[in-house]
Design a protein. Structure first.
Length: 197
């Protein structure tokens, strides 16, 4: 029987599953979706290939778990940032800042790598659903600010933030990109003083 390295079997299994997800996230960020296999993730996590199948029955299942984990981490960071913001304009700024803060994070790079991969439809649908959940606070803030066509405005702001994130990941200075993005957002959605932070 394999050695249990946790107080309970359930915790042992959770730790091993987390180790596989962490390993797959690293592989995804470094090599793209084609670099993620059950064998590669198992090797990176220090598990035998046969052990990996106790946790995931396919590479798409492992990638789906990576998506859930990464999006949950991003969502928690965003929720914390929004919770500290003052007023709807502050929440818009917090959304931009928090999103750009993840631009060089391996988790963000992993999710970005999945965008062009051939994931199963249900996994792609889940990614879209998780993104919608994360965009909802931005939409709520825009509605509260009374901007015209808040849904369309949200889509444009998100597209701008995605491109700004790409610029940071490509080596542009975060402070410079953030300042320019916030300037464009402030002028695009109407009056409002930039928030500090």
């Amino acid at each position: 029987m394999p050695r249990i390295d946790a107080p309970t079997v359930a915790e042992h299994r959770e730790r091993r599953r987390d180790a596989l997800i962490t390993a797959a996230t690293g592989l995804l960020a470094e090599h793209g979706a084609e670099g993620v296999t059950l064998a590669a993730a198992g090797a990176a996590a220090g598990l035998a290939r046969s052990s990996v199948y106790q946790y995931f029955d396919s590479t798409p299942a492992l990638l789906a778990a990576v998506v859930e984990d990464a999006m949950a981490q991003n969502g928690a960071r965003l929720a914390a940032a929004l919770g500290r913001a003052r007023g709807p304009a502050g929440r818009v700024d917090a959304f931009v800042r928090s999103t750009l803060d993840t631009a060089t994070d391996p988790t963000h790079r992993a999710i970005h790598a999945l965008a062009g991969s051939a994931l199963p439809d249900e996994c792609l649908a889940r990614v879209a659903e998780l993104h919608r959940e994360q965009y909802q606070p931005l939409l709520d803030a825009l509605v509260e600010l009374g901007v015209p066509e808040p849904g369309l405005t949200m889509e444009i702001v998100v597209a701008m933030v995605v491109e700004a994130s790409r610029a940071i990941a490509d080596g542009r200075g975060r402070a410079r990109v953030l300042a320019r993005t916030l300037d464009l957002v402030h002028h695009g959605i109407g009056p409002g003083e930039p928030t500090t932070g």
